[in-house]
Design a binder for this molecule. Structure first.
Ligand code: GLY
Length: 333
């Protein structure tokens, strides 16, 4: 078992990574807690034992369940169960569960402790780490939420073996992103060390900029186009696949802006392909729609905004000319 600490002062917490990490749950439950509300989805199928009185609450399967209605229903379940401020919520699942249950924990009794037992690769290297919680509105994803750091995170690499291949590949997009943020050859590491290294990279970024006033925005490398492709919704892409395309796109855009050379773009293509992710746009994408969606990206405060590679590594670049945004899209067809 590898332990990575997210160093946030008196709110610092440990992330346990390794096969069977879920069996350490009882050890990380706060001593004062008498009851645990375990939140999961029927299709997650991972049982946990918090070692105290507990009840399992199912939220709907899929991203559709990530709503304010679910948060209300969970909070009402917690109240009927008699969950107090000293007790604990345990979220067992991927990002949809940890985001939703994390948000319910952030607002129930104005905040109760939450532990994430992350069961997907994407969740283990990204969603469960760093305290971003929230739900979707019909108007957009993650529009309502709170920063609410967990008490502990358990990343059980054993449960990843049961993931459908496409769900596993979805996590690989985030790994490819970390490759470019640090230059680490993550693919050379065994799975447990690879997940732990990603957690460590994210922990360092979060510790330096918990509320995304600056450097945390770099975690969105490759995500501006990825979110547009996902929001357009017709292309059947998993998040990681969309991020793979978004990383190559960001490299092409950076080259057009004279920030990096062709060899660095080739490296982006090679690394993304090495993660078994797509490097070009799906058939028939609508350029006008993607540009409009990228303009609406919630990070885009004032014009088209991207995280772009450069001589000093990736950084946030605002006011990117639309002509180059379009030209880079054409180079990925
Ligand atoms: N997933 C990006 C972040 O946690 O900041």
């Amino acid at each position: 078992m590898i332990t990575v600490t997210v160093p946030l002062g008196d709110r610092a917490y440990d992330v346990l990574v390794g096969p069977g990490a879920r069996h350490h749950l009882a050890e990380v439950v706060p001593v004062a807690a008498e009851r645990a509300a375990v939140v999961t989805q029927a299709n997650v199928g991972v049982a946990v034992d918090p070692g105290i009185e507990h009840r399992v609450f199912l939220m709907p399967d899929g991203e559709e369940g990530k709503t304010l209605e679910t948060v209300e229903s969970l909070c009402r379940d917690f109240a009927r169960f008699g969950l107090t401020r000293a007790d604990v919520v345990v979220a067992v699942g991927g990002g949809v569960v940890t985001d939703t249950a994390g948000f319910a924990a952030a607002v129930y009794h104005r905040g109760v402790p939450v532990i994430h037992v992350s069961t997907t690769l994407l969740g283990q290297v990204d969603a469960a780490i760093g305290g971003k919680t929230g739900v979707n509105l019909p108007e957009g994803k993650n529009l309502v939420g709170a920063f609410w750091q967990p008490t502990a995170v358990l990343c059980d690499t054993e449960v990843l073996e049961a993931l459908p291949p496409e769900e596993y590949r979805s996590g690989l997009g985030e790994m490819a992103k970390y490759h470019f943020l640090t230059g680490d050859e993550l693919m050379d590491l065994p799975l447990e060390e690879r997940v732990a290294r990603c957690v460590e990279i994210k922990a360092q970024v979060v510790a330096g900029d918990e509320r995304e006033g600056g450097r945390r925005a770099l975690l969105n490398y490759g995500h501006t186009l990825a979110h547009a492709l996902e929001t357009a919704g017709r292309y059947g892409l998993r998040h990681g696949e969309a991020v793979g395309i978004g990383l190559v796109y960001a490299a092409e855009l950076a080259r057009l802006m004279g920030r990096i050379d062709g060899a660095r773009v080739v490296e982006h293509r090679k690394v993304v392909a090495g993660y078994d992710l797509p490097t070009s746009l799906p058939e028939g994408v609508d350029t006008d729609e993607l540009v409009a969606l990228m303009r609406r990206d919630k990070k885009a405060m004032g014009g088209l905004t991207f995280v772009l590679d450069g001589p000093g590594g990736p950084e946030v670049v605002r006011g990117v000319p639309e002509s180059l945004v379009r030209e880079a899209l054409e180079s990925l067809r």
